[in-house]
Structures are given as structure tokens and as C-alpha cells.
Ligand binder design. Structure first.
Ligand code: SF4
Ligand code: SF4
Ligand code: SF4
Length: 217
């Protein structure tokens, strides 16, 4: 997954008049150090089997020629890194939900979050094929399709933030209701430029990315 001009769109608009929540997550590429604590926290909170995960961190080269590395202070060291979170984008127009023949992949009526009714999943994998973000997989322990659901049942139901957000020591993950103008996430996105990935598919992703800012280039 590449963050850049292609496939991304600026995010300024939002459906502020809606009475329902619209939960969004922001991944700040400037702050993520790639430690992987978010992934470990997710696996634990959601009881995922060994070797499977609801999110990945994709490493990209962040080296800017001629500039000092923010990690070691040298130029041309090659050790600068940047990361992209790869996970379910929580699409408002979710192809996985549209194609599911049983209603297993569905939108939670209260929160609007795309989640699963495991008891209904037939394991047909239509949703996996339909997801433009390769964000779904079959959980090997349950034989049921799965996606990041913002920890709907494991954390949000208890009034807690998603496990990955709680765990991140670098404040690279921010979560909240963008339809609440007073929420931190609303105020953040009002002043920070962010992008959505592959939004030209009309999926209206709820994951926002704040790309790395390259100063002086
Ligand atoms: S990213 Fe994929 S799994 Fe997530 S809501 Fe969109 S289509 Fe569904
Ligand atoms: S694998 Fe399960 S969730 Fe996915 S489309 Fe088939 S029945 Fe629906
Ligand atoms: S929001 Fe929850 S399910 Fe999604 S990646 Fe974070 S910890 Fe995992």
C-alpha cells in the first residue's frame, strides 16, 4: 500500500449533519516508528491465532537524499524508515458487506462499524475477493472471515479505545467520532491534511493517513 498522490484524496469534507456517529481512525505516518506494539495488542485483544493479524505495518523507504537522518543524525545513512498501516479501511460503502450472501459481513446498526456475525459466515470468501484493500482473511481458528472492526466487541463495547490505539506509545493512532465537532479527531482533521487510500473506488474509507512531511525539499 503506497501513500502518495496516486489513489489518495484530500480529506476536508465530512457528513457533519448526521446524528449518528462516524468512527474514524487516523494513522500518523510522521509518528509511527514501526515497533509493532499495535499488532501485538490487536492479536491479544481479539484472540487471533498465531501468525494471523488484522493489521500489518508495511515498511517504506523514507530516506531523503542529502538530509540528516532523524534517527542517527547522519546523511545518506539509509536507516530512515517510514511505515504504512495496512488494515480494514472501514468503508462507508463497503463491498464486503454488499457481496456477502448471508449477512455475516454487516454494518453494526448503532456504530456503523463493519463487523462480522460469525454464526452466519459460510466461508465462501466472496468478501475477501471483493475487498479492494486485501484487508480480509479467514481466521484459521474459527474458519470465519474477519476484519479490523475497530475492536467493536473487544474494547468499544466496554467503553475503551481500540487496543492498538491504547497501546501506541508514539500517538501515531487517533480514534474517535468525526461527526462530533468537539472530538479530538475532528479537531485534528480540521487542521491536518490527511489522505484516504483508493477513495476513487467510491468506498469512502474511514481510515485517514497523515503522510510524512518532508521539510526543505
Ligand atoms: S476495507 Fe475491505 S473489509 Fe474493510 S470495509 Fe472496506 S471492503 Fe470491507
Ligand atoms: S466468507 Fe462469510 S462473510 Fe465473507 S461473503 Fe462469505 S459468508 Fe459472507
Ligand atoms: S482497531 Fe482493534 S481490531 Fe482494528 S487493528 Fe486496532 S486493535 Fe486490531
Amino acid at each position: 500500500m503506497i501513500l502518495g498522490p496516486l489513489g489518495c484524496s484530500s480529506v476536508k469534507e465530512e457528513n457533519a449533519n448526521s446524528n449518528k456517529p462516524h468512527y474514524v481512525m487516523v494513522f500518523d505516518q510522521n509518528k509511527c516508528v514501526g515497533c509493532g506494539d499495535c499488532k501485538v495488542a490487536c492479536n491479544t485483544a481479539n484472540n487471533l491465532p498465531e501468525g494471523q493479524s488484522r493489521l500489518l505495518l508495511e515498511q517504506q523507504s523514507g530516506h531523503v537524499e542529502g538530509q540528516k537522518c532523524p534517527h542517527c543524525g547522519k546523511t545518506d545513512c539509509g536507516c530512515e524508515r517510514k511505515y504504512v498501516r495496512v488494515s480494514c479501511q472501514q468503508c462507508k460503502n463497503a463491498p464486503c458487506v454488499s457481496v456477502c450472501p448471508t449477512g455475516a459481513a454487516h454494518r453494526d446498526p448503532t456504530t456503523g462499524i463493519v463487523t462480522m456475525d460469525a454464526s452466519k459466515c459460510a466461508g465462501c470468501k466472496y468478501c475477501i475477493a471483493a475487498c479492494p484493500y486485501n484487508a480480509r482473511y479467514i481466521n484459521e481458528a474459527t474458519d470465519v472471515a474477519d476484519n479490523c472492526d475497530f475492536c467493536l466487541n473487544s474494547k468499544l463495547a466496554k467503553g475503551e479505545l481500540p487496543a492498538c490505539v491504547q497501546q501506541c506509545r508514539y500517538d501515531a493512532l487517533i480514534f474517535g467520532d468525526i461527526n462530533d465537532p468537539n472530538s479530538y479527531v475532528s479537531r485534528l482533521l480540521a487542521v491536518k491534511d490527511s489522505v484516504r487510500i483508493k477513495s476513487h473506488f467510491g468506498t469512502e474509507p474511514s481510515l485517514r493517513y497523515i503522510p510524512v512531511v518532508k521539510l526543505g525539499v
